[in-house]
Design a protein around this ligand. Structure first.
Ligand SMILES: [Zn+2]
Length: 625
């Protein structure tokens, strides 16, 4: 089996495959991973002769496979029978990358009870003797590792030091894992340069035992280092982690906190770049409150740099962190701000609370050309994105666009039909196409063969819109994106589908640009008035932030929900109370006024109850962006 796998995959791919399989608790998969460890072990001498680096990679793979086995509860026998040399004993007892099992949780509860029973009295060697004698876990990690892990989690520095002193007096060598937790404890609780130095000594000892560290150990070390003046060492650990694994979110976030804490703009910038290249930047949003708190305690350029990153990647602050963020601003910069939850008016781009004008969403002609080329190279040519279509259909479509493009508007026909509320009215397709056609726009109507019976009226329009019906049930989203990107910078896409997933097929550096373009290009909110007119609702014509102006901040909140799948432009409006009086505009009336302006009355949020003739929508005005 391995010969077969080896012929098809690289060693690292095989590791991923088998480690993934080991997540399945079926013994056959577990056995596969164990056998794979044996094969890896056998490969080490042969490979190390030619490539020294490969050895550390293979050792790393062994660690990770075993971590996965351990994590998913593989039996002790499997671990014992794997021929893993010296590494085995350490990994077997490693709780770092393993889930804390119920047995361990009970053990930790017992240890905490014992600590409580001491009632704050100083611990003697006899106390630790007692713990060592009575609290060993059969087949599990060493007692001192579990103790240090518990003290690390509880940030109990006094007992951590006491345990360390006790262990130093013992005959057997110190466990690298126990030392790692002790370092994490010292680092994360450090408030003085002296304790930073004390932690650094332990850090050096950890590396002296072995310069190979598994990702979970690196996570603890980075977490500790980032709180000390030795925070720059995090970069070396990240490089070490890169050799064998993908750098995880926690490692990057802790390094980010280190750079903010020590006001290191260079490290901050390079860490943000690493985040951009390594993970999906939106994952950072859950740390928003902590990031803002950390930035406010640092110099002002730090907050500006981080918020610029938020803006670039369209990161939104979690709505449930709103109160916490307001409290942080009020605590760290008391009396400085008047803070109000507000909205950015989607047509005017003004904050409903302070009337500040937000910037328009825009990309330059040059940026559009870059995006156009990249989409063609990286998505169309570089991937099999047209998986729902045959290669022949793709070729036909590309030729069709060359022949009939460029377009002003690309309409997802099936989406227009299907996104109506019941009963379905096929004539809405006519109305949608006619809306743009009457304004002299060149329209491409995309759909599948099932739409053929609805387009007889559209075919009679003069000039006739371009119509393309795919053979498959649903045209791939890439068809719309391709047709729009092959047209002009201001070409619109009419579809309620979220088309953002395609950004992941592009180079990470171009993803923000793609997102920016799509925001501007997509018409996702429309309705039909009582008079049957196609009417455009909200659009992302303005960038909702974060934006800094001379009087404060506008921070966008994540208000995406079932009723507003593309968001509702909610922001936190912070005005400097010493410079600007806040206009007493009623935010509560914002939505009511907006509905009145559009001629819509809602019985319930998001549900159209009845409609009157809407104010006419000036498409030219909307497209000036
Ligand atoms: Zn405002």
């Amino acid at each position: 089996m391995f010969r077969l796998l080896r012929s098809s995959f690289s060693w690292s791919q095989m590791y991923c495959l088998l480690a993934q399989n080991s997540s399945n608790k079926q013994s056959t998969f577990g056995k596969s991973a164990k056998d794979f460890c044996t094969v890896l072990q056998n490969q080490i001498p042969r490979i190390s002769r030619s490539r020294v680096q490969s050895k550390s990679l293979l050792r790393s793979q062994q660690f990770q496979v075993l971590s996965r086995l351990r994590f998913h509860g593989s039996s002790q026998e499997q671990l014992d029978s794997a021929s893993l040399g010296d590494a085995k004993a350490e990994v077997r007892s490693s709780p770092l990358s393993a889930n804390v099992s119920r047995e361990r949780q009970e053990w930790q509860a017992g240890f905490r009870d014992f600590i409580s029973s001491k009632d704050g009295l100083e611990w003697q060697s006899s106390d630790w003797d007692l713990v060592a004698k009575n609290m060993s876990l059969s087949g599990g990690p060493k007692w001192e590792v579990l103790c240090m892990h518990t003290l690390y989690k509880d940030k109990n520095l006094t007992l951590g030091r006491s345990l360390m002193k006790y262990l130093e007096q013992q005959a057997h060598p110190l466990s690298q894992i126990a030392l790692t937790f002790y370092f994490g404890l010292l680092g994360e609780t450090s408030t003085t340069p002296e304790q930073d130095d004390e932690a650094k000594v332990i850090f050096d000892r950890v590396l002296q035992i072995s310069d190979f560290l598994d990702p979970a150990s690196i996570e603890v070390l980075v977490s500790g280092l980032s709180c000390t003046k030795y925070y720059k060492e995090c970069v070396k650990l990240i490089d070490m982690c890169k050799e064998s694994s993908t750098v995880g979110l926690s490692i990057l976030v802790n390094t980010l906190f280190g750079s903010i804490r020590f006001q290191d703009l260079d490290l901050l910038t390079s860490t943000l770049s690493m985040i951009e290249e390594t993970i999906e930047p939106t994952q950072l949003a859950i740390y928003s409150a902590k990031i803002i708190e950390s930035c406010l305690a640092s110099r002002s350029e730090i907050l500006s740099t981080v918020m610029e990153f938020y803006k670039k990647h369209s990161l939104l602050l979690p709505l449930k962190q709103t109160e916490e963020i307001i409290e942080i601003f009020q605590r760290l910069q008391p009396t400085k701000w008047r803070i109000q939850t507000s909205y950015i008016h989607h047509r005017t781009g003004r904050c409903v609370n302070c009337q500040h004008q937000m910037e328009r969403t825009a990309i330059t002609e040059e940026e559009f050309k870059k995006l156009q080329q990249a989409f063609l190279d990286q998505v169309i040519v570089g991937s099999n994105i047209f998986y729902k279509s045959t290669p022949e259909e793709v070729k036909n479509f590309v030729q069709f666009v060359e022949r009939t493009g460029p377009y002003d508007v690309v309409i997802d026909g099936l989406n227009v039909i299907n996104k109506q509320r019941s009963p379905k009215q096929p004539e809405v397709l006519d109305k949608t196409v006619k809306h743009f056609h009457d304004q002299g726009k060149k329209v491409l109507l995309l759909g599948s063969k099932v739409l053929t019976r609805y387009i007889s009226n559209i075919k009679r329009l003069n000039p006739k819109p371009a119509i393309y019906m795919t053979a498959t049930t649903k045209a791939d989203d890439s068809f719309f994106l391709y047709a729009a990107l092959q047209s002009r910078k201001d070409t619109l896409i009419v579809s309620k589908d979220k088309l953002r997933d395609h950004k992941f097929l592009m180079d990470p550096t171009l993803r923000p640009l793609f997102q920016q373009w799509l925001k501007k290009a997509q018409i996702y909110d429309w309705f039909f008035s009582r008079y049957g007119e196609f009417t455009i609702g909200r659009r992302h014509l303005y960038n909702i932030g974060p934006q800094r102006d001379e009087c404060g901040w506008h921070l966008p909140l994540n208000d995406i929900d079932k009723d507003y799948p593309f968001g509702n432009f909610t922001v936190l409006c912070l005005r400097d109370s010493s410079t600007v009086p806040v206009q007493n505009k009623s935010i509560k009336n914002y939505h009511a006024n907006e509905r009145k302006r559009q001629g819509i009355n809602y019985g319930k949020k998001g549900q159209q109850k009845k409609s009157t003739k809407p104010a006419s929508v000036d498409l030219e005005e909307l497209m000036k962006c």
